[in-house]
Design a protein around this ligand. Structure first.
Ligand SMILES: Nc1ncnc2c1ncn2[C@@H]1O[C@H](COP(=O)(O)OP(=O)(O)OP(=O)(O)O)[C@@H](O)[C@H]1O
Ligand SMILES: [Mg+2]
Length: 853
């Protein structure tokens, strides 16, 4: 079967892009053929048709309009496809079959188009190079130019992947079959080989060796990095000059927050995203993020997920936050100025990859023009960071003036259709534009002239795309048409002519227009490549803006929410006066009750926290962890006063989280997490345990909880600070035996209308549980509540239980249906009453009985 030339070309190209969906431009459409068409039609709900290519050859076909590419790309990537875009490289008609080339391969981890990127989040591509005990990883965001490498212990790999949250992972083909949970692409082992990778990095950065980056010793990391570079270049079809350096990523420099903790504490996402349509609302990030720029928003997210360990660095941020928060003018002016700045980082990256259009450059110019204003605001700053920014902000006037002189203020999107360059910038362009203008004017005047000469009053000069300019004469005046008019076309009521003069001027117009377009494009490319030279400086400025934006954001929250500056030191105490939960205090309608925190290594290592359901235990536990995180990211904290000894890791075990997807039961998941905590905590760690042991039989649970507390207390090698909320009242007895365990409780009051939560943490264990009172609040049927009240003392005393049948007839179960007076009697502990109290009580009961009668 012979193929048409078009299909032949298609097959030739498709062969090189087997694992992608090939979008093949045919005029105004990108067409997909064969299986690509079938798969995509099914996934996106497109119409699947078939087109005949030659005899007996029907090929399945689906198409998307070229204009709608961005929308479809978004959907294709969301389905996990890799997409190759094959464009027509010349105007139709020049050769028998139009030249076509793949100009870009887009995969989830390599997207650069603004429409495919989230503003406030990095889009990382991550490569993993497996080793024995350690794995090499490298990750880059092509849209921003960031590039990191690390070597991670095998056991921590999942944690790190969770934190980096890449859009796509590449691994050597020979290590396939591992599920990393993200879109995973297999790459030939060759690209992960050390020699290839080392050479690749050396050539890319133009260096003799990698010592300057401090990564020379990280062999596995280098292997992963080489693969990242290869894959990015291969998909972009372009070198990546904006990736200027590779940095060592050292997770150990940051407060370690594991995956479950990140989830449980709802740092950047809600535990239950369905709870709110805005998935960020109710997260710590949503409270802290008042950034004005996408670059700042992305950095703040990183600060939140990687708080610092080094006291001096934390203090540097604090100082700057303090300076901004205290100076309301600075705060306001910085806010206003930063609002004028957009995603400089991504535009600079597009400039470097030669993907920026004229609108990008205009935007970039407007952002860079803010530099002097920002520098001005930082004059005389006291804090180390702000001072440093002041000195580092460069002078961008040459580049902004250059852009301003070259480009019009509102250029079109297309780069090849003209209309980009200002008058006065290029003599040649201006001359050509004049020529074009004059020729057009001449043609416009021609109509009048010809009417005069021929005496045809309705003669018209018109233009169409088939044969250009022509003269049209209606049938009634044909007799007046002069001899030198050449007939070109006959239409219903008229004849169309051309003249040599008309064609001469037409050629002038068309030539000039072509020349203008290509000149403008050339001038634009020149400008863009010149700006490409200063991309490093722009990225440096962008980084300063991002940091400034984060510090401003933290200053804004500190001010608005009345936070205090925590005192940070190397000590081991955590003392917080009147701490609040940063998120709950914003969302709750009732006033938030502040509570103190006191944790240390000597006598308050483990706090056992009891209290009724709904009393505020979990809220308190989380707020302590959140405050530590905020403090170590350099933020102020919701409290009156705080002193925080730097914490190295935070672990949480909160609530029941089924990991159904992994096929792990609630209880097993809980024990897994607990094991992880016990195995990895250090004396500097903070552990939050919220009701562990709950998912199993009471005594099993209690026994486990007890032995966990013992382990945390008695282990000679580590004594992490721990907050432990529990409903096992028996557990509180452990404080008698272990000196560093202390009991605290959230008290509640029972009143006529039910239970009142005081939300106040007090020393000592709670006296009783109020589960039934809380259940009543939840609106359980009265019968159930009453019955539970009767059962409770029986269970507590280990008495035998008889089954009650549920009927609406109140008399059926008189045996178990107690009168209010009997209920009161049950509550009395005769041994604890003095004779006077007993007499009083008897009097009250008699009174109540009389009233009822
Ligand atoms: N200090 C506080 N001030 C005001 N409201 C609070 C405070 N602490 C908690 N709350 C409110 O009380 C609700 C219940 O708190 P929380 O979930 O912490 O109770 P709990 O003691 O853990 O209950 P359970 O034992 O059922 O897990 C929270 O949703 C919050 O709205
Ligand atoms: Mg709770």
């Amino acid at each position: 079967m012979s193929l048409t030339p078009l299909l032949e070309q298609y097959h030739r190209i498709k062969q090189k892009y087997r694992d992608t969906i090939l979008l093949f431009q045919v005029g105004d459409f990108y067409e997909m053929f064969y299986d690509d068409a079938k798969i995509v039609a099914r996934a996106l709900g497109l119409t699947l048709t078939a087109r005949s290519h030659g005899k007996d050859n029907k090929v399945p076909l689906a198409g998307i309009p070229v204009k709608a590419l961005d929308t479809y790309l978004e959907r294709l990537l969301a389905c996990g496809f890799r997409v190759a875009i094959c464009e027509q490289q010349e105007a139709p008609g020049l050769s028998k079959i139009i030249k076509r080339n793949v100009i870009e391969v887009i995969t989830p981890g390599t997207a650069m188009r603004p429409t495919l990127l989230e503003d406030k989040k990095n889009h990382y591509l991550l490569a993993i190079m497996p080793g024995q005990a350690f794995f090499g990883i490298a990750f880059a965001d092509i849209s921003t130019g960031e590039f990191y490498l690390a070597q991670i212990a095998k056991g921590n790999l999942k944690e790190e992947i969770g934190k980096i949250d890449p859009k796509e992972i590449i691994i050597p083909s020979s290590s396939g079959g591992v599920d990393y949970g993200q879109v995973t692409t297999l790459l030939d082992d060759y690209y992960f080989s050390y020699d290839y990778a080392y050479e690749k990095l050396k050539t890319h950065f133009g260096v003799a060796n990698l010592a300057g980056f401090g990564i020379e010793d990280y062999q596995l990391g280098i292997q992963a990095a080489g693969a990242v570079l290869y894959y990015l270049e291969e998909t972009q079809k372009h070198t990546l000059p904006h990736i200027r350096k590779i940095s060592l990523y050292r997770p150990t420099e940051y407060l370690f927050i594991d995956r479950m903790t990140r989830k449980n504490l709802e740092l950047t996402e809600r535990l239950n995203p369905q709870a709110s349509p805005d998935f960020k609302k109710g997260t710590l990030l949503s409270i802290l993020d008042h950034t004005k720029t996408p670059i700042g928003a992305r950095l703040l997210r990183k600060w939140l997920l990687s708080p610092l360990l080094e006291v001096t660095k934390i203090k540097e941020r604090q100082q700057a936050v303090c300076e901004i928060a205290k100076n309301s003018f600075l705060l306001k002016d910085l806010s206003d100025t930063l609002t004028q700045i957009g995603d400089m980082e991504r535009i600079a990256s597009r400039v470097a990859c030669e993907r920026a259009n004229a609108r990008d450059l205009i935007a970039l110019k407007n952002f860079l023009k803010q530099a002097p204003a920002i520098k001005n605001l930082l004059v005389g700053s006291a804090s180390t960071l702000l001072k440093d920014f002041y000195h580092r902000i460069g002078d961008f006037t040459p580049i902004t003036e250059r852009i301003e002189k070259t480009l019009v203020e509102e250029p079109p999107l297309a780069l090849t259709e003209g209309g980009l360059i200002r008058t006065g910038y290029s003599c040649e362009l201006d001359k050509t534009r004049n020529l074009c203008h004059n020729a057009k004017k001449y043609i416009a005047e021609l109509q009048e002239k010809e009417r005069r000469l021929t005496g045809i009053p309705n003669l018209k000069v018109n233009y169409n795309s088939v044969f250009g300019y022509y003269i049209e004469v209606t049938k009634s005046y044909l007799s007046l048409v002069p001899k030198h008019y050449l007939r070109k076309q006959t239409v219903a009521s008229a004849e169309r002519y051309i003249t040599p003069e008309l064609k001469e001027y037409e050629a002038k117009v068309l030539n000039a227009e072509e020349r203008i377009k290509s000149l403008e494009y050339e001038l634009f490319l020149q400008l863009r490549s010149e700006i490409g030279q200063v991309v490093p400086q722009i990225l440096e400025f962008s980084n300063i803006i991002a940091q400034l934006d984060c510090l401003l954001s933290l200053a804004i929250v500190a001010q608005a929410n009345n936070y205090c500056k925590p005192e940070i030191d190397e000590g081991t105490e955590i003392i917080i006066k009147d701490s609040r939960h940063p998120v709950v205090e914003q969302l709750t309608t009732e006033p938030f009750i502040a509570n103190d925190v006191y944790l240390n290594q000597s006598d308050h290592q483990i706090l056992l926290i009891t209290g009724p359901n709904m009393a505020g235990k979990s809220t308190y536990l989380r707020q302590v962890a959140l405050i530590v995180i905020m403090a170590q990211m350099g933020s102020f904290v919701p409290a009156q006063k705080a002193k925080i000894g730097v914490v190295d890791k935070i672990f949480t075990r909160i609530g029941a989280s089924d990991d159904l997807a992994r096929g792990v039961s609630t209880f097993l998941a809980e024990m897994n997490e607990t094991a992880n905590i016990l195995n990895n905590a250090t004396s500097r760690s903070l552990i939050i345990l919220d009701e562990i042991g709950r998912g199993t039989a009471t005594y099993d649970g209690l026994a486990l909880a007890w032995s966990v507390v013992e382990y945390l207390h008695q282990n000679p090698s580590f004594q992490p600070k721990t907050l432990f909320a529990t409903h096992y009242h028996e557990l509180t007895d452990i404080a008698h035996f272990l000196p560093r365990v202390k009991n605290y409780n959230f008290c509640a009051k029972e009143s006529q209308d039910g239970i009142i939560f005081l939300r106040k943490l007090v020393s000592g264990k709670s006296d009783k549980s109020y589960g039934i009172a809380v259940a009543k609040l939840a609106g359980l049927p009265k019968e159930v509540i009453e019955r539970a009240k009767i059962l409770l003392p029986k269970f507590e005393k280990g008495e035998e239980i008889s089954i009650k049948s549920i009927t609406t007839d109140k008399d059926t179960d008189t045996k178990d249906q107690l009168s209010p007076i009997e209920e009161e009697l049950l509550k009395i502990d005769v041994n604890k009453l003095t004779p006077i109290e007993a007499l009083n009580l008897l009097h009250q009961l008699c009174q109540k009985a009389k009233n009822r009668a």
